[in-house]
Design a protein around this ligand. Structure first.
Ligand code: SF4
Ligand code: SF4
Length: 378
């Protein structure tokens, strides 16, 4: 296992994500404890020392199961990360109640890495509420030694990250980003990483395989990558990409099976960074992938003043692209929740005034109709 130095600690560069643990009969809250314990043991034997869970994972069962398993290992031999569930704004104001419950579930007296979970447009006002006590409460817990390092995870627009960091930046010791070669440009992950790097905040990577999407490639893309590294499979390319970018603390992979864990650990036995030619080819493939099933909106905003419904057309198209590319997922529905319903894609009345001025000739009304249908059937 390769390690990163973080404030005097040796953190394994591969962490065990506990969001997609093996389950019984497909039931999310019914974690296969025996299999998870076996995987955790294998993780320890192969040098993994970072375990990432959260209040809401597996309908609230992940923390408790990991607490039960981890209590069999010396407390100083691992680092546990968990999160304040700010993705649900009804939890603001209940910080103390939740944190105490988390310590009970984990059967621990401190958490090594504690994150504000899923900072995004939906909850940024709550996080930044001057009357709110979220930051002050967790800073107090840090002073008491019940939290060792404070950080956050992020799923939003670059501007939201900037706004969050203006207030929280001085106290954040790490940030967790969705980072992979597809999102490098597509979701502005590279830009977000740079912002954090400039502030001296290292990054924990989530979704390095984009929920498994990057484990396979089209035959054409695969052939292009195989020509450069014949021995590497597509999953390995995704991990080698992360090893080639700066400012990474650790990489989380939600491992749902023993085989996945064995493969992932093998990849992190050594560092094999991409060279310039490999990086260029991979990012070229990412940009080609991002055009399949997506619309080429450049966010010029020429169209917006023509919309009688005052829809944020480029933002909605951006969410459509995200939703199409991932084949669903939670990001677009979550971002839409932060918008009034009269600004959703189904509010489009198909007047086509926007299309007349769009230099990209996007059939915006048709896209919104399709998007509304996709969201309905999700
Ligand atoms: S077609 Fe829809 S998005 Fe375009 S201007 Fe009309 S209402 Fe707005
Ligand atoms: S005019 Fe076209 S390219 Fe420009 S923001 Fe509107 S939809 Fe996007």
């Amino acid at each position: 296992m390769i390690y990163t130095d973080f404030k005097g600690k040796k953190i394994s560069q591969l962490g065990m994500g506990c969001m997609r643990l093996p389950v019984i009969n497909g039931r999310e809250s019914d974690i296969d404890i025996e299999q998870t314990a076996r995987m955790t043991q294998y993780a320890f034997q192969h040098g993994i020392n970072y375990f990432d869970t959260a209040y809401g994972y597996h309908n609230g069962r992940s923390e408790a199961v990991m607490g039960e398993i981890l209590k069999n290992y010396p407390r100083e031999s691992f680092y546990v990360a968990t999160k304040f569930p700010g993705y649900d704004i009804s939890y603001f104001g209940k910080e103390e109640e939740i944190f105490e419950e988390q310590l009970r579930r984990l059967q621990m007296d401190h958490v090594d890495f504690y994150l504000m979970h899923n900072v995004c447009e939906l909850n940024i006002d709550k996080y930044l509420d001057p009357q709110g006590k979220t930051l002050s409460y967790f800073r107090q817990q840090k002073e008491k030694g019940r939290i060792v390092h404070l950080g956050f995870s992020f799923h939003g627009e670059y501007e939201t990250l900037e706004a969050f960091l203006k207030v929280y930046g001085p106290y954040m010791e790490f940030g967790q980003l969705q980072l992979n070669y597809l999102d490098w440009e597509f979701q502005h992950a590279g830009k977000c990483l740079k912002l954090l790097e400039g502030m001296g905040i290292p990054v924990v990577v989530m979704e390095p395989l984009r929920g498994g999407k990057l484990c396979t490639q089209t035959p054409e893309f695969e052939a292009r990558l195989k020509a450069l590294r014949p021995e590497a499979d597509m999953r390995e390319w995704a991990f080698r990409f992360i090893q080639s970018v700066p400012n990474i603390l650790t990489v989380l992979s939600g491992m749902s099976s023993f085989d996945q864990m064995v493969q992932n650990i093998q990849t992190f036995e050594e560092e094999k960074k991409l060279d310039d030619a490999e990086m260029k080819e991979l990012l070229a493939i990412a940009s080609e992938m991002a055009t399949v099933g997506t619309v080429p909106c450049t966010a010029c905003r020429y169209c917006t003043s023509y919309c009688p419904q005052e829809l944020d057309i480029p933002r909605l198209l951006d969410l459509y692209n995200e939703h199409s590319l991932t084949g669903g997922g939670f990001i677009a529905p979550m971002a839409l929740q932060a918008m009034p319903v009269e600004k959703h894609p189904d509010a489009c009345i198909a007047c086509r005034a926007c299309e007349a001025v769009c230099p990209q000739n996007i059939k915006i009304a048709d896209v919104f109709e399709k998007f509304a249908g996709m969201l309905k059937n999700a």
